[in-house]
Design a protein around this ligand. Structure first.
Ligand SMILES: [Zn+2]
Length: 148
């Protein structure tokens, strides 16, 4: 039976047996898990990250963004979890699925590239400042030599 609404539980570890209609959220492991809301009872794990799903909790209700598309499951269900309600979305064609997967890969690549670039510029700065320090030490050494 298709779920029209869901409740949620904040847990550290997601239990082995998931209850129907419950979204389990582990902040420790940055994941949300539930049994497919179409009723097929497949376990759906959604990692929470800037390039995966984002969770919104307003103190009362919980939402996940973007929508959940269970393309690799036989049910191929597609729904949006918004404010504790399951909004059923239409079926998606294989071409659309491929397009979404490609966008996902591109999003991740863009995100990690940006992240890596930020890291390498920090490394570059560290190298530059240590080079400066070495030069200064070199000068001091030269001055010491003059003083002798
Ligand atoms: Zn399903």
């Amino acid at each position: 039976m298709k779920q029209q609404s869901y409740s949620f539980q904040f847990v550290e570890f997601v239990p082995k047996v998931l209850e129907d209609g419950v979204l389990y959220v582990s902040m420790t492991y940055a994941t949300a898990s539930h049994r497919c809301f179409c009723g097929c009872s497949m376990k759906v794990v959604t990692p929470l990250s800037p390039t995966d799903w984002r969770l919104t909790f307003d103190g009362d209700s919980l939402s996940l963004h973007p929508s959940i598309g269970n393309w690799s499951y036989p049910c191929r269900s597609h729904y949006i979890l918004r404010d504790n309600h399951v909004v059923w979305a239409g079926p998606i064609s294989s071409a659309d699925i491929l397009a979404i997967r490609n966008t996902d890969v591109q999003d991740k690549r863009r995100y990690y590239n940006r992240h890596q670039r930020a890291q390498s510029s920090t490394t570059l700065m560290a190298v530059t400042s240590s080079t400066k320090k070495d030069t200064r030490r070199g000068w001091r050494r030269a001055l010491d030599w003059f003083r002798i």
